[in-house]
Design a protein around this ligand. Structure first.
Ligand code: G3P
Length: 217
């Protein structure tokens, strides 16, 4: 399972990249706004820092303008994945871009039917938003299971990128269902490392080790 960081904060990305466990980054207009940075500049900086796919989202709603925006974003680097919304124009843009060799992340997916359309449009990634789905009383993980089944039935190459991850259990459940990628805020990726028994185990081993009076180096 690939791990993407859902953030536009350079320091957070640098810290995660240093763990060797970061496979890519996703951004969206809200995260760009939160960063306070210029969109094109911050995406270019992220794309230099992380070799894996870096999602950058178009903001136009019509095909022609989405294509123009995508052209600008693609020039940033070969690792840019153009993020388009799950609309008819978004999927038309997806088809055109992937046919031209670009990576495309189709975002704001909330149903298996939408995920099926995105795969037919040749999407590189489909981003079902599990947290927002849960928020309105649906089962985000059931959506992932449905998409996994459909994609496997037809051998679609589109990768399931679980987005809107809110806690470590979302990550574990997504992995159990065979999702290809998850994107989460850095705070949640850091939480994955944590277990109180790991902390207490280290403390007791160190205490006993010190009592031996030995050193390794
Ligand atoms: O990048 C898209 C997605 O991960 C957004 O998450 O927490 O705003 O629902 P959230």
């Amino acid at each position: 399972m690939k791990f993407f960081a859902d953030t536009a904060e350079i320091d957070e990305i640098r810290e995660l990249a240093a763990t060797g466990l970061l496979d890519g980054v996703t951004t969206n207009p809200s995260l760009i706004h939160k960063s306070g940075r210029n969109f094109l500049e911050v995406v270019a900086e992220i794309a230099r820092l992380v070799p894996g796919p870096v999602s950058a989202e178009v903001v136009a709603l019509d095909y022609d303008q989405m294509m123009r925006e995508a052209e600008v974003l693609r020039k940033i680097g070969d690792n840019i994945a153009i993020k388009v919304p799950l609309t008819p124009d978004g999927l038309k843009t997806c088809k055109a871009l992937t046919s031209d060799g670009a990576m495309v992340n189709v975002t704001l997916c909330f149903s298996a039917a939408q995920a099926l359309l995105a795969a037919k449009a040749g999407a590189t990634f489909i981003s079902p938003f599990v947290g927002r789905h849960d928020d309105v009383g649906f089962d985000g993980m059931a959506l992932i299971a449905d998409i996994r089944m459909i994609y496997d039935n037809y051998d679609f190459a589109t990768e399931i990128l679980v987005a809107s991850v809110r806690h470590p259990i979302h990550v574990v459940e997504a992995a159990k269902l065979g999702a290809d990628v998850m994107t989460a805020p850095p705070k949640i990726i850091h939480q994955l490392f944590k277990h109180p028994l790991t902390d207490s185990g280290i403390a007791s081993f160190l205490k006993d080790w010190q009592a031996t009076g030995q050193s390794i180096v």
